[in-house]
Design a binder for this molecule. Structure first.
Ligand SMILES: *Cc1c(COP(=O)(O)O)cnc(C)c1O
Length: 384
């Protein structure tokens, strides 16, 4: 097999489109040059529609978690209180970041595989008037659940004065996000998921309400001081050396996103979700997320005792060159997750399903070859 044809069907890092790869190979330029400043400022503006904001999108060098941390250290102080919606591993990460900085965390936990409902949030907030921020995960990558951010934002606005801060790392660029219209205060994301880039860029957008809070507080970290990023962005640059090659790639990503258009991108991801879920159902493999809250970027499957998820992943990788993800936390070794986001299209989904069917046969699990592929093809044909 071609060793350079390893096919990534994990929820990040995702495959890099050739034209983005090529853009990143441009010769290095000085990051304080006029050439870079113009490119950087234009690209920042082009990102705004994907966040649904008229405000600035701050770009920093770091993985997605750096933007999560940035949203915490600029809005809260030790001893202040926050509510964190925990529907999986990434909600838990937000809670841990807050706790590391001495913030008092109230976890609203739901069973992994479930979404946080507006009703649950509404009653949870009822006796916590002192809470200053509510943290949520848009797509909970560890379970394949997409939380109802628009409705949750509505509850936060209605029931409290807290900021509403959203981790959209594993879905922004592939889902609807109207932070201004929905009343979301901070949205953060990263480069290696739906943005089709290598890891290394993190993004954060903040509302006017968020800025009023940020301006009134002393940041708890140095590198992640948002006020420094705002000051630099006014001069079309960043406070510390930007990841220039990744910005070159980001320009090409913006070209690709704009060419396809967000409505078509959203539809493509919905179709890939529907194909994947139809296939798993046809193969008799239980899905973790309900129909209502299934993520469009990653599908999580729980085979229970039917077969060993880790054995399936191993055969897929070693015999078919396809990588899918396993479980995190208490689901480690128990589930498998198929990433279908970014540089991925419906025919790629047929490929991973076909390979899963063959791998199931190879590990001795009961499978009817072609059943999942057929179900997915039927979903696809109904759309084209
Ligand atoms: C991938 C991911 C992150 C960030 O992870 P990094 O490894 O720091 O890039 C954060 N939240 C969610 C929901 C994610 O999927």
């Amino acid at each position: 097999m071609f060793t350079d044809k390893m096919i990534l069907r994990i929820p990040g890092p995702t495959p890099i489109p050739p034209r983005v790869q090529q853009a990143m190979n441009q010769p290095m330029i000085g990051h304080r040059s006029g050439q870079f400043s113009e490119l950087f400022a234009r690209t920042e503006q082009r990102l705004r529609p994907y966040f649904g904001t008229s405000g600035e999108v701050f770009i920093l060098a770091g993985s997605g978690t750096s933007a999560l941390e940035m949203s915490v250290v600029n809005t809260l102080q030790p001893g202040e209180e926050a509510v964190v919606l925990v529907s999986g591993a990434f909600g838990e990460r937000f809670a841990k970041i807050c706790e590391r900085y001495g913030i008092i965390v109230h976890r609203l936990e739901v069973e992994w595989g479930e979404a946080v409902t507006p009703e649950a949030l509404s009653s949870f907030l009822a006796d916590k008037p002192q809470v200053q921020a509510v943290f949520a995960t848009y797509c909970e990558t560890s379970t394949g659940v997409q939380n109802p951010i628009r409705e949750l934002a509505h509850i936060v606005r209605e029931k409290s004065n807290a900021l509403f801060i959203v981790d959209a790392v594993s879905c922004l660029g592939a889902v609807a996000c109207e932070m201004d219209a929905w009343g979301v205060d901070i949205v953060v994301t990263g480069s290696q998921k739906a943005f089709m880039l290598p890891t290394g860029l993190a993004f954060l957008a903040a509302s006017k309400r968020a800025w009023d809070v940020i301006d009134s507080k002393k940041p708890l970290a140095f590198y992640l001081d948002l006020k420094a990023y705002r000051k630099s962005l006014a001069d079309k640059t960043t406070p510390y050396t930007p990841a220039v090659s990744l910005i070159f790639g980001l320009v090409e990503v913006c070209n690709m996103l704009d060419e396809e258009g967000l409505p078509a991108i959203i539809k493509r991801h919905e179709l890939m979700r529907d194909m994947t879920r139809a296939a798993m159902r046809a193969l008799g493999i239980p899905l973790m997320a309900s129909e209502e809250y299934a993520a469009t970027t990653v599908t999580s499957c729980h085979p229970h005792d039917a077969f060993d998820a880790e054995q399936l992943r191993k055969v897929l990788r070693t015999k078919h060159n396809i990588v899918i993800a396993g479980g995190q936390g208490h689901l480690k070794g128990k589930i498998f997750r198929i990433g279908h986001m970014g540089f991925c299209e419906p025919l790629d989904v047929l490929q991973v399903i076909a390979a899963i069917e063959m791998s199931l046969q190879q590990i001795g699990a009961p499978v009817e070859l072609g059943a999942g592929v057929k179900a997915a093809q039927e979903v696809l044909l109904a759309h084209v």
